[in-house]
Design a binder for this molecule. Structure first.
Ligand code: SF4
Length: 282
């Protein structure tokens, strides 16, 4: 759900899927909805219903773009000076599926009050009266870091092009599992070097980085839909290769706060819960 936007109809489909398959449901900090507790053979059935309703894989499993968090911006907030939701959606649709050395998170705030906490992201965008300020190299996690100001008052196109180049330069030069903050710390020249390469094109690689991102955007496809359309990939979705209709009996759940959660080893000995209705039997 790019931008955290969801129509009532899609929300109803998500709720129906969660009920029908007995899934644990939680709103995430990345402005999405977690659905936990499906068995592997249920995934294609769940994905089909979500894909048919106009949704797609959120790539939450990859070293890739995760979410683009946003506030409501100028559309709904009296302080907003730019459409932060519109920009967040454009960025998420552009970078979805982009594989990288580590996960990538973005944030877009509609004014300097920073309700989207964009400076805690790998790429943070904060609206100004004249355009957008671009911050890079922030993260939460073990060692939280605030992103640093890379460029000020960018128009939409220049903002997107600068983020394109930042991501592609990072993807091509960072070590595996190195997040943007650590990569920037170890980069000779640090922020100043990035400004020279990405904005002044001091290495003459700007057009190459732009073309690489264009190839990514052009080649994107939804991985759920890809699986649903490929019998070979679909065949992998069974708990047991030699008993495809047999669900994994080791997956047991207990009820908590009106939903299910995985049973602890001790609980597995004592309580079994089966099926979406969460019937408890000793
Ligand atoms: S960051 Fe600014 S525009 Fe966005 S919700 Fe907060 S006050 Fe409103």
């Amino acid at each position: 759900m790019p931008g955290g936007e969801i129509t009532p109809d899609k929300l109803i489909v998500i709720g129906e899927v969660a009920k029908d398959f007995g899934l644990y449901t939680k709103i995430t900090g990345g402005q999405r909805i977690d659905l936990f507790g499906a068995r592997v053979e249920q995934l294609p059935l769940i994905w089909k219903r979500l894909v048919d309703a106009g949704m797609e894989s959120g790539q939450a499993y990859g070293k890739s773009l995760r979410t683009v968090k946003s506030c409501v911006g100028s559309t709904w907030c009296r302080f907003g000076v730019q459409d932060s939701v519109g920009m967040a959606i454009a960025l998420e649709l552009r970078y979805r599926g982009l594989r990288a050395p580590h996960k990538l998170k973005l944030g877009v705030s509609g004014c300097a009050r920073e309700c989207a906490e964009a400076r805690g992201k790998d790429v943070g965008v904060i609206a100004t009266d004249k355009g957008w300020n671009l911050y890079v190299g922030g993260n939460g996690g073990f060692t939280p870091r605030h992103a640093q100001l890379l460029a000020e008052d960018l128009d939409d196109d220049t903002l997107v092009q600068t983020i394109d180049r930042f991501f592609m330069y990072y993807i091509r030069t960072a070590d595996r599992l190195q997040r943007t903050a650590v990569w920037m710390e170890e980069l000779e020249g640090g922020l100043k070097h990035l400004q020279e390469v990405l904005i002044a094109d001091s290495l003459g690689i700007g057009a190459d980085l732009d073309a690489a991102m264009a190839r990514h955007v052009d080649s994107y496809s939804d991985e759920w839909a890809d699986v649903l359309g490929d019998p070979v990939k679909l065949a992998r979705f069974s708990s047991f290769v030699n008993a495809t209709d047999y669900p994994d009996p080791d997956l047991l759940y207990v009820a908590e706060r009106g939903q299910k959660r995985p049973a602890t080893p001790e609980e597995k000995q004592a309580v079994l819960i089966a099926g979406p209705a969460l019937q408890v039997r000793p």
